[in-house]
Design a protein around this ligand. Structure first.
Ligand code: ADP
Ligand SMILES: Nc1ccn([C@@H]2O[C@H](COP(=O)(O)O)[C@@H](O)[C@H]2O)c(=O)n1
Length: 462
């Protein structure tokens, strides 16, 4: 598989093209489309999936490989005598649970597998739901329970000789094998298991694609079919984007709050946006502006009435904070906002997530450390910029996954691009978004324009 992104466990990659929106315009969870792609080893399953994903141009696709679900080979087993092509080599229970959880929009942990050591790696990948979930693997259509979770079942039918030739090349180059070992394994296990278990799965397929990724016509037809199935389910990305771009600055939805553009606020922004501003000044004015933003954000927290007695023995009818408040810092940018937050909110617990975009500007979760959220928690999300809105969506989704209600989330950002912030609001209409500035443009490279450049680089000086 081409390494367009993500986590590489030696040769196989869990491809997650972007992250999910999960919700329709009314905030309801959408049903993702689950596709199973089966076929012999090196038939081109992964290559076909990649082509379909590229053609589809849907934002949220998860491509899982059955290889991630190989059971641990017994310690005393000889890899040369072990049948990796038998159904018993796979953890079907985990596969079924994973696909079923993903269908429900739940977060899942996917094991990583190493073909060189024939074992699971200690770390897992965290994957969130998607519009389209694809499971590819030699026996992905073998289990009825798994098939029942699939909306479209595909079999890639590539000539045996072609597959063997490709496998030889790949296994020697990428999986640390010798010519002899590949041929031995092929004759002893791969070919017999193909005949006994894999080929019989063809009868379950809705679509059979001869010649794998060479079959451009079949791939195009499949893409169109998936598109129409997605439309039936209410995934209308193009329409949504068009509607969003038609929203004018005057019709900004009520949960997007831009702080009052006083001269003082404009002056701070001017310093932050100026390319000649020194790091010292950038940090100073960032702290100042973020403090004001956070104060404004906190006005959305629930308060209760409280009466206190003043030192001159009079009652004062005041207010007290009426909830537990946490913060979620979206690293690295969010760390620029932590100091002013700690100065305002004594002892606040700050969770951290590291979300980084790949070369296709798709966000991926690399790290999370979270406090114990509850349905009563209110959370301030700290991220100084909202560009495309994709990583912001992911941060919100993580909170929802941990039981924080959407209405209890307040997203605090210094500068947001119009499109990104509208998209975030579209996905999560109840999240309050508090920003200091709303910029009109987003460049092809994903930079907010006019923007302030890379916020954390300017803050930390690198
Ligand atoms: N149409 C093709 N022409 C040439 N090589 C291909 C083609 N499709 C796949 N390959 C190569 O064959 C190997 C296996 O392809 P892959 O798509 O990973 O198959 P699978 O997922 O079924 O094992 C890879 O090294 C890939 O680059
Ligand atoms: N430790 C392992 C595990 C699996 N295999 C072989 O991988 C093939 C499945 O992967 P594809 O990408 O080709 O679908 C399967 O045929 C196993 O023989 C292995 O060699 N070693």
């Amino acid at each position: 598989m081409a390494s367009t992104n993500n986590s590489i466990n030696n040769n196989k990659i869990i491809y997650t093209s972007g992250r999910p929106p999960w919700y329709d315009l009314s905030g309801k969870l959408k049903n993702p489309l689950v596709i199973g792609v089966c076929g012999g080893s090196a038939s081109g399953k992964t290559s076909v999936c990649e082509r379909v994903i590229a053609n589809l141009n849907v934002r949220w696709v998860v491509l899982l490989s059955m290889d991630s679900f190989y059971l641990q080979m017994p310690h005393d087993a000889d890899p040369g005598k072990y049948n990796f092509d038998h159904p018993n080599s796979f953890d079907y229970d985990l596969m079924i649970k994973t696909i079923s959880d993903l269908r429900q929009g739940k977060r899942v942990h996917i094991p990583k597998y190493c073909f060189k050591t024939h074992s699971r790696l200690p770390h897992m990948d965290t994957v969130y739901g998607a519009d389209v979930i694809i499971l590819e693997g030699i026996l992905s259509l073998y289990s009825k329970e798994l098939r029942d979770l699939m909306d479209i079942k595909i079999f890639i039918d590539t000539d045996d000789d072609v597959r063997l030739a490709r496998r030889l090349k790949r296994d020697i180059a990428e999986r640390g094998r010798t010519l002899e070992s590949v041929i031995l394994q092929y004759n002893k296990f791969v070919k017999p298991s193909f005949d006994d278990y894999i080929l019989p799965c063809k009868k379950y397929a809705d679509i059979v694609i001869p010649r794998g990724s060479d079959n451009i016509v079949a791939i195009e037809l499949l893409t169109q079919h998936i598109r129409s199935k997605l439309e039936e389910r209410g995934f209308e990305q193009d329409k949504v984007m068009k509607e969003l771009t038609e929203i004018s600055r005057k019709d900004i939805p009520k949960n997007i709050h831009i702080i009052e553009q006083t001269n003082q606020i404009k002056a701070m922004q001017t310093i932050l946006r100026n390319q000649n501003t020194t790091i010292g000044d950038f940090v100073f004015y960032s702290d100042r502006l973020v403090s004001l933003l956070l104060e404004e954000a906190m006005t959305f927290l629930p308060f209760r009435d409280q009466v206190v007695t003043t030192p001159v023995d009079h009652d004062y009818h005041g207010k007290a904070l009426d909830c537990s408040v946490f913060a979620l810092s979206v690293l690295r940018g969010g760390s620029c906002m932590e100091r002013p937050l700690r100065a305002i909110s004594k002892g606040i617990q700050i969770g951290k997530v590291l979300i980084q975009s790949d070369e296709n500007k798709k966000p991926h979760l690399y790290y999370e450390r979270l406090p114990d959220f509850s349905p009563e928690s209110h959370v301030l999300v700290l991220d100084p910029t909202i560009a495309s809105g994709a990583s912001s969506e992911m941060a919100v989704r993580i909170l929802l996954d941990h039981g924080v209600p959407e209405k209890n989330i307040i997203f605090v950002s210094v500068i947001a691009a119009l499109r990104g912030v509208l998209l975030l609001n579209y996905r999560f209409p109840e999240v309050k978004i508090v920003i200091a500035a709303l910029d009109n443009e987003l460049s092809d490279k994903g930079y907010i324009l006019p923007g302030a450049g890379n916020y954390s680089n300017r803050f930390f000086g690198n």
